[in-house]
Design a protein around this ligand. Structure first.
Ligand SMILES: *Cc1c(COP(=O)(O)O)cnc(C)c1O
Length: 356
């Protein structure tokens, strides 16, 4: 992207790439990282010169604030290679805006736009060979910010690191997903940090999710923390319900993450003539719809899987299985989004962003 300011970036390349050691047909999501990483330090009240250097461990003081008070936020985005060997991002400006919103909520400094885009593009060009073409292949990009100042006094850090690491990914298939509707634990409360992509939101989900796993559910559908009456998110994804021929999803709020995939799903569904209602979705209306057969689909939306169909759910002592439907909205909408991401379809919304 042509940004007005020229970002000075210090680049140190690896002596030898590790790419030959990687089996790209057997990737476990998020376990292998590319040759380089982007790092920018914040100190003395400003972001310093960004660096790209060989992927390597960090040295942090044991008293660094991130370890004690959880000032840590992140993003998740992907780069795609099309059939003409061009590299694309999908709506990256939204991720940039969102990481800065997350930073503000966690009392962390915002990051300059030209550093983000110039850093990311320089990094992707250096590690371009790690972005494989073909169905479902992509490079998962993980920008994150951590508080690095030493000292265990409970106050915001004055020093941070903004880092971007990248991990090659294959198409994401997590097997059949059944979810448990939360009736006790909560992911987020009004006025809390649910709409920030804060590391702490994930840490807080692991325990209730592991309890649900023991009951045979892969994920939890989070409900409002007040009365557990409204359906808000599915695991780490936004959630959609199809009743009859309409799609329902909760409005964003300070308890719900404003997903890039969520809003893309809404736009694409509407363009296909599907009625989408963005309004609070009650647990009891879903139970009624499951019983009378009008509940046709449930799916989660997020960058990793785009759309993840949910085949059944549990609520208190009851279990429900969803019927299998032909021409599901999940597969129709997923294909439309993936075709835009991989430059296989027109992009009427201007969502693709070229790396060159
Ligand atoms: C990241 C995330 C999502 C999905 O956001 P995308 O921008 O679509 O990837 C949804 N819910 C939560 C809680 C998340 O952290």
């Amino acid at each position: 992207m042509n940004t007005e300011k020229v970002t000075p970036i210090k680049v140190e390349k690896v002596a030898a790439s590790r790419i030959e050691q990687v089996d790209f047909n057997k990737l476990t999501f998020g376990s292998v990282f590319t040759d380089h990483m982007f790092v920018c330090d914040f100190k003395d009240g400003e972001w310093q010169t960004p660096e790209i250097k060989p992927y390597q461990p960090l040295a942090l003081d044991p008293s660094a604030r991130v370890f004690h008070y959880g000032q840590a936020v992140f993003e998740g985005m992907k780069a795609y290679r099309d059939e003409q060997d061009q590299i694309w991002l999908f709506r990256p400006k939204d991720n940039f805006i969102r990481i800065n919103k997350s930073c503000e909520r966690m009392a962390m400094p915002v990051f300059p736009e030209n550093y983000f885009f110039d850093g990311l593009e320089t990094l992707l060009k250096l590690d371009e060979q790690w972005i494989k073409g073909g169905d479902g292949n992509s490079l998962y990009i993980r920008p994150f910010v951590i508080a690095t100042e030493s000292g265990v006094m409970a106050s915001p850090s004055n020093q941070y690191k903004f880092i971007i690491i990248c991990s090659p990914a294959q198409s994401y298939y997590g097997g059949e997903v059944r979810v448990k509707i939360a009736d006790h634990y909560s992911r987020a409360a009004s006025g809390g940090i649910g709409s920030a992509k804060a590391a702490a939101n994930y840490g807080a989900q692991f325990y209730p999710t592991s309890l649900a796993n023991k009951e045979g559910f892969q994920q939890v559908i989070w409900t409002d923390a007040n009365a557990h009456e409204f359906l808000e998110e599915a695991g780490t994804m936004n959630v959609f319900f199809r009743i009859g021929d309409s799609l329902y999803t909760a409005p964003t709020s300070d308890r719900i993450l404003d997903g890039v995939t969520r809003k893309s799903v809404i736009t694409v569904a509407e363009s296909k003539g599907i009625n989408v209602e963005v309004r609070p979705v009650r647990v009891d209306e879903i139970i009624v719809a499951a019983k009378d057969g009008s509940l046709k689909e449930i799916f989660g939306s997020g960058t990793a899987a785009v759309i993840n169909p949910i085949v059944g759910f549990g609520y208190k002592d009851e279990r429900f299985e969803l019927p299998s439907v032909d021409n599901s909205y999940a597969s129709l909408i997923k294909k439309a989004i993936v075709d835009i991401q991989y430059n296989k379809a027109e992009d009427p919304y201007g969502w693709r962003y070229k790396i060159d």
